[in-house]
Design a protein around this ligand. Sequence first.
Ligand code: NI
Length: 136
Amino acid sequence: MKVKVFRKEHFNAAHRLYNSNWDAEKNKTIFGKCNNPNYHGHNYDLTVEVEGEIDQETGYVIDIKILSDIVKEQVTDRFDHKNLNLDVPEFKDLNPTAENIAVVIWNLIREKLDSKFTLTIRLYETERNFVEYSGY
Ligand code: NI
């Protein structure tokens, strides 16, 4: 009897999309506004999905407080009100696209989450643009 549990979080962060192997013109052509040299911000919405068996003693799949503490410690405390390119070491050499941010978040939460759970990350960069990553 598997059930999915969801935790929604939110963070604001700045970024700049940029490929150092390309010249300025190509970066501008490919990344458009997201290549702005002085960065720009997004209001990111994050949904963390954990799937597992219901524990017969607690009735929980996972104590949502434990999950929310993991997300806060691993993601929002580190990303919120930060410049992803400059302040978050994971993006030193990694373009902070929504896709790459989702993979980084998945890895950070996976480290702290019991391996018996399945983890999926959904990240909204805007209301209408979002990505999902499940670790494969
Ligand atoms: Ni952007």
